[in-house]
Design a protein around this ligand. Structure first.
Ligand code: TA6
Length: 284
């Protein structure tokens, strides 16, 4: 059974599937903050998301951790605030319930006077969050209710919890070309699974749709559809120390593996729609 609750003063929805799998989403940003797959005895298992102990929970502030929704601009690639307009806005809960073996919530956000003052476009967003068994799925739908084309970039900026950054391996990106935002150049990964040695900020444009994260004995599959780019980010020690909402060693406990539409915007005709999703599965 799902329930409305409150997380650090922000209205939230706690999802709970019949098998005990759970997730929590704040209306602020439609931000998934927690995901615990099902464990034995109908209980919720171990937390899989990173949430910084120094994260800020306040209106107009982005939350460090979980899954920020990025729209209509990825990072600083344009004139809007970093990562766009919607991660700091109050979304509305459209639906919450159980669908078969999953708990589901759907949150929606439309343009308003504030978004139009920054970005003069009509849009209608929906984030569907679905949890059950070993999986969490998040799907972002964008509809263009306006009379002119809608062009945007977007991402599900997922912060995964990490136990052992030194030994962590992300498989599936071997030999893939990527944009290296740290060195500001286009390059290609070597033939080895990715290990995190210092700051990593990469946009892979043609990565396979399913990656596998090996973190000690824990294995997590990260799959995406609709989004064409995959972003991998870890701030490393120096950048992390400069982030007020991260503990100095917080970079050792997280890795962002993001489903993104970064390099090439989606362009929707009037009444057109688009959907991009990411699915995380423990042990797959
Ligand atoms: O997705 C990677 C990235 O764009 C990085 O460049 C890094 O800045 C990160 O997002 C976090 O951005 P934020 O605005 O949340 O500090």
């Amino acid at each position: 059974m799902n329930a409305r609750d409150d997380f650090h003063g922000l209205p939230a929805i706690a999802l709970r599937a019949p098998d005990g799998a759970s997730a929590r989403v704040t209306l602020h940003g439609a931000h998934v903050l927690s995901w615990q797959p099902a464990a034995a005895g109908g209980q919720a298992g171990e937390e899989q998301m990173f949430l910084s102990p120094r994260a800020l929970f306040a209106e107009a502030q982005p939350i460090r951790g979980g899954v920020p929704v990025v729209f209509p601009q990825f990072s600083g690639r344009g004139p809007l605030p970093k990562h766009g307009l919607v991660r700091t806005r109050a979304w509305q809960l459209r639906h919450s319930g159980v669908d078969g073996s999953d708990a589901v919530a759907r949150l929606v956000l439309e343009d308003d006077a504030r978004t139009r003052a920054a970005w003069p476009h009509a849009f209608a967003l929906e984030l569907e969050v679905r949890v059950g068994g070993d999986s969490l799925s998040m799907a972002l739908s964008v509809r263009n209710p306006g009379a002119s084309p809608l062009s945007f970039t977007a991402a599900l900026h997922t912060y995964l919890r990490v136990d052992d950054l030194e030994r962590l391996r992300l498989q599936g990106l071997e030999n893939q070309p990527y944009w290296d935002a740290v060195r500001d150049l286009e390059t290609r990964q070597d033939g080895q699974p990715l290990s995190i040695l210092g700051e990593v900020d990469r946009v892979y444009g043609s990565a396979p749709p399913v990656l596998s994260l090996q973190d000690g004995s824990r294995r997590l599959s990260v799959a995406q559809q609709g989004f064409v780019d995959t972003v991998v980010w870890n701030p490393g020690p120096q950048k992390c120390a400069a982030l007020a909402d991260m503990e100095p060693h917080g970079y050792r406990q997280m890795l962002c593996v993001e489903a993104g539409q970064v390099a090439r915007p989606v362009v929707l005709p009037p009444q057109g729609s688009w959907r991009g999703s990411q699915k995380l599965t423990l042990g797959a």
